[in-house]
Design a protein. Structure first.
Length: 274
């Protein structure tokens, strides 16, 4: 089971967690999708959130990102409690997310999708547009330069003027991640970033996620591909029936009888039968 948080001499929580939830609960028409989930996401690491279908993973990410409220429990970003804050307030603290089904702005170009991401742009203010046009133009030039560099990093530069709706599924995954990067996240939540993409692109996305960790971004990702989890993740959280079943490295969790019974057994049995 998860380790208890450390308490200082005055009972103050001592934790290097970038993100923490305590006894999060969410029910739909009396059925609990999340039922007391509690875990920490370590600062500056890649953490996988895994579990069988229906374990409550996406519901947890929806709650953490502010797109859904919880019925009970508490959420913290660093030392700040953000329980049931709306998503725009949570985003101001540097938490961004992507979705399992890509939500690109299909009517805009790939470049324009990135240009809408940075917060607090000078051009958002009518006062700045009217009385500080030079500042607005300078910021717009800087944002275009940074967006083009980001698209080049993610292999989307040749598609910069294409409509986002015309991209392939894998390209849309890259677009979502690169758009989140343009918002300068401290914490990035990825909902199945590898789902539905080819093996070569899985490796590319994995490398991009590692690069984000190297730049100081904390990553929490829902992922079913256990080979990817074992390859790139520092820490793993296992959910089952809406509860936190165990945490640790995947190599350790493979030895956990409860985890094997709830989730990993079929995978391990399949791999040993080959």
């Amino acid at each position: 089971m998860s380790e208890l948080p450390l308490l200082g001499p005055l009972g103050v929580l001592e934790s290097s967690a970038a993100l923490r939830c305590e006894a999060i609960t969410k029910a739909f028409q009396g059925v609990h999708a999340v039922n007391g989930a509690a875990f920490e996401v370590p600062e500056g690491q890649i953490t996988a959130l895994i579990g069988p279908n229906g374990a409550g993973k996406t519901t947890v990410v929806n709650i953490l990102s502010g797109s859904m409220t919880c019925d009970a429990g508490r959420e913290f970003i660093g030392s700040t409690e953000v329980t049931n804050w709306p998503s725009h307030k949570i985003a101001r603290l540097g938490l961004m997310r992507t979705f399992q089904l890509s939500r690109e702005l299909g009517g805009l170009t790939v470049l324009e999708n990135l240009l809408v991401a940075p917060a607090h742009q000078a051009g958002d203010s009518l006062f700045n547009v009217l009385f500080r046009p030079g500042r607005v133009r300078r910021e717009e030039r800087d944002n275009v330069e940074r967006a083009l560099h980001t698209l080049d990093t993610y292999g989307l530069y040749p598609l910069r003027d294409s409509r986002a709706s015309d991209l392939s599924g894998g390209q849309k995954k890259l677009l979502e991640i690169s758009r989140a990067v343009m918002a300068s996240p401290r914490i990035l939540l990825l909902d199945e970033p590898m789902a539905g993409v080819n093996p070569a692109l899985i490796d590319r996305i994995g490398n991009h996620i590692r690069d984000l960790r190297a730049s100081g971004v904390t990553v929490l990702m829902i992922e079913h591909n256990l080979n990817v989890v074992e390859k790139i993740c520092d820490h793993v959280i296992v959910l089952a029936e809406g509860r936190t079943l165990a945490t640790g490295r995947l190599s350790e969790l493979r030895q956990n009888t409860e985890v094997v019974k709830a989730y990993l057994g079929e995978v391990i049995d399949a791999s040993t039968s080959r």
